[in-house]
Design a protein around this ligand. Structure first.
Ligand SMILES: C[S@@+](CC[C@H](N)C(=O)[O-])C[C@H]1O[C@@H](n2cnc3c(N)ncnc32)[C@H](O)[C@@H]1O
Length: 318
């Protein structure tokens, strides 16, 4: 596991939290840190403070004694300033209390650290360590479709040409990736693709079949994309967004807003939906945000996928 490689410690490394949402709330980790705070002098064998190459603190790991072999708990710092401050304060208290026998620092590449967290949670998900689910994996044919791959690639080529963009130089965010059927054709076209969805089971199936990759997949709510410190992307894409009904329009509006916020100035938004009414709604939402997008009639005989596409450029100044 990448986490273990990065920390270079003896023994397995675990996260206390079981999701990205959990890592932001950090409740179980704070509980653990609180316990460490009250341990006697030298009771924690070792700790590692993790920073990125610029010296920014990324988290801290603590060694735990166990008869079957010592192991480490890593506490990455949350992104929200109050939660981050509270966690850093507790880590500082522990390191200053004398409870830790040996402490050192490790500088790691920040983007590899984030990839390592994604890998850890993806592998844990697909190994069913994060749920009590006993469902069989869905068949591969549910997550991979060669004809659709070709059709998505064709759409991307058309957009790249018209918008004079070399996707090979673009890092993309794919929202609502589901089981990765729409992710597979993106890989190899973009420089990188980070895929997110809030449906654990769909993501689990995609990881199982390899349409989604552990290091570049996250189970998160697209309504809260910008809370996770993902950075900005040259293209934010989403395929077959929906189904959009009257009752869930506020949810989709929020997702569209967050997708825009996650995109670089000058970057592209590229979305598909199934129904024209869904596209009209999307276009209206973006128009109300000052984004004038192009709608492409992408209907194809015999295909139920990606019938309408929306493409827009986010103004460089936004
Ligand atoms: C019709 S599926 C499309 C899946 C995939 N993009 C494809 O084209 O094959 C729509 C996806 O949107 C996801 N979704 C809906 N609301 C979401 C939210 N708030 N956050 C993240 N994903 C969401 C669903 O879980 C589902 O996987």
């Amino acid at each position: 596991m990448l986490l273990h490689e990065l920390l270079k410690v003896d023994g397995d490394v675990f996260l206390i939290e079981g999701s990205f949402e959990g890592l932001e709330l950090n409740l179980r980790s704070l509980d653990y840190l609180d316990k460490l705070r009250s341990l006697p002098y030298g009771a924690v064998p070792a700790a590692v403070k993790v920073t990125d190459k610029t010296g920014e603190a990324l988290g801290a790991a603590f060694q735990n004694r166990h008869p079957d072999g010592d192991f480490w708990f890593l506490v990455p710092y949350p992104h929200a300033p109050p939660a981050r401050r509270q966690t850093e304060l507790m880590v500082g208290d522990i390191l200053g209390s004398g409870a830790v026998a040996k402490s050192k620092s490790r500088k790691v590449d920040g983007s590899r650290f984030r990839a390592a967290l994604r890998e850890y949670l993806s592998v844990s998900l697909v190994e069913r360590a994060l749920c009590d689910c006993t469902k069989e994996a869905e068949p591969m044919s549910f997550a991979a479709n060669d004809e659709r791959d070709r059709s998505i690639k064709k759409l991307l080529a058309r957009v790249a040409k018209k918008y004079e963009t070399d996707f090979g130089k673009v890092d993309a965010l794919e929202i609502c990736c589901g089981n990765g059927m729409s992710t597979r054709p993106l890989r190899g076209i973009f420089r990188s693709v980070l895929s997110v969805d809030n449906d654990k089971c769909a993501v689990c199936n995609g990881l199982y079949h390899g349409t989604l990759q552990p290091e570049s997949t996250m189970v998160i709510d697209a309504m809260r994309l910008t809370q996770y410190g993902l950075g900005l992307f040259g293209c934010t894409a989403g395929f077959m967004l929906g189904t959009i009904y009257e009752f869930n329009k506020p949810i989709w509006r929020k997702i569209f807003e967050e997708a825009l916020r996650a995109t670089n100035g000058g970057g592209l938004l590229l979305f598909t939906v199934n129904q024209k009414e869904e596209m009209d709604f999307m276009q209206e939402c973006y128009a109300s945000m000052g984004i004038d997008g192009e709608v492409i009639d992408n209907r194809q005989k015999g295909s139920i996928y990606d019938s309408w596409a929306f493409v827009a450029v986010k103004d460089a100044g936004r």
